[in-house]
Design a protein around this ligand. Structure first.
Ligand SMILES: CC(C)(COP(=O)(O)OP(=O)(O)OC[C@H]1O[C@@H](n2cnc3c(N)ncnc32)[C@H](O)[C@@H]1OP(=O)(O)O)[C@@H](O)C(=O)NCCC(=O)NCCS
Length: 262
């Protein structure tokens, strides 16, 4: 099981808080470090602290520094940009009130040919294949300085992790029992968090994504969940269109996400 721990580099009143991300480091074959927050009087001091961080962890070419800055702290994003970080995405939390949602309002062509059911261990390989090939709009695939094969591998390994932790995994199967998609949900007490979902590339763009999400809402509604939350990237137009079709969703907590691949 991976664990993370915040570390601090301090210089007088200035401080840089960061965490090594062990899963990304392993899957992207680098050292990935998230800069969680910093207090500095100038970009020169910020640069000094980052240099110190690089030295401390002997960072090398290909290692990834990432920072997620709340939109209201835009000046900090600008400072990071001035010392070599670049904008990757705006991420936001999607908050869906399921209590008012009426699934009966929607119908889908050939709906009876597909089911969303809980996955078992034998499904892992097929789901991993989908995860490894379907993602394109995430910041790992969009960063030209991260090799595509590592970004693909990251999503493949995410599935393996999910099978070993407390997430609930669903498979979408057709009437020949072919797995065409998957859904990973962290079912907490107060709400369900959508962690990852995807369709096999061959089945995209036919309305099945909307149906997949509809089935997931329906299952959660039957399980008496009243709220769904999910962190999404505003780069992901496909999934945003699915959400806009199915729900009146609220976007909260906008974050500017910056990368710096050394
Ligand atoms: C997100 C996903 C499940 C949606 O499934 P899909 O089959 O592509 O979407 P649908 O055919 O159901 O279409 C839903 C709507 O999305 C929009 N859409 C679909 N493909 C699109 C594209 N390439 N560009 C822009 N909009 C698109 C359309 O508005 C469509 O509605 P319409 O057909 O009425 O116009 C699928 O694209 C996918 O697996 N993506 C990769 C994984 C991913 O990003 N998952 C979500 C985050 S974890």
């Amino acid at each position: 099981m991976f664990t993370t721990q915040t570390q601090v580099i301090q210089k007088g009143k200035s401080a840089l808080h960061y965490t090594i991300i062990p899963w990304d480091s392993e899957y992207l074959h680098n050292t990935t470090i998230e800069i969680e927050q910093f207090t500095v009087p100038s970009k020169a001091i910020l640069k000094k602290l980052i240099d110190q961080l690089c030295h401390k962890h002997t960072l090398k070419k290909g290692d990834l520094l990432v920072s997620k800055i709340p939109l209201e702290n835009y000046a900090k994003a600008l400072m990071l940009h001035q010392i070599g970080f670049y904008y990757m995405e705006q991420a936001t939390t999607l908050d869906i009130d399921l209590s008012l949602w009426n699934g009966k309002m929607f119908t889908f062509p050939n709906e009876d040919q597909y089911q969303l059911i809980q996955a078992n261990a034998a499904d892992q390989k097929a789901i991993q294949h989908i995860a490894q090939t379907t993602f394109t709009a995430d910041r790992y695939h969009l960063d030209p300085r991260i090799p595509k094969k590592y970004a693909d591998y990251r999503f493949k390994k995410w599935i393996e992790n999910s099978f070993n932790n407390k997430d609930t995994i669903y498979t979408c199967i057709d009437n020949t029992h072919t797995i065409i998609g998957f859904f990973i949900v962290n079912e907490q007490k107060e709400y369900a968090e959508f962690r990852l979902a995807g369709l096999h590339n061959a089945y995209k763009g036919k309305g099945l994504g909307k149906m997949l999400y509809h089935h997931m809402y329906q299952i959660l509604k039957e399980k008496k969940f009243t709220r769904i939350a999910s962190v999404i990237s505003l780069n992901n137009i496909q999934v945003m269109n699915v959400y806009m079709y199915l729900t009146q969703a609220k976007f909260t907590k906008p974050l500017i996400v910056l990368h710096n691949v050394l």
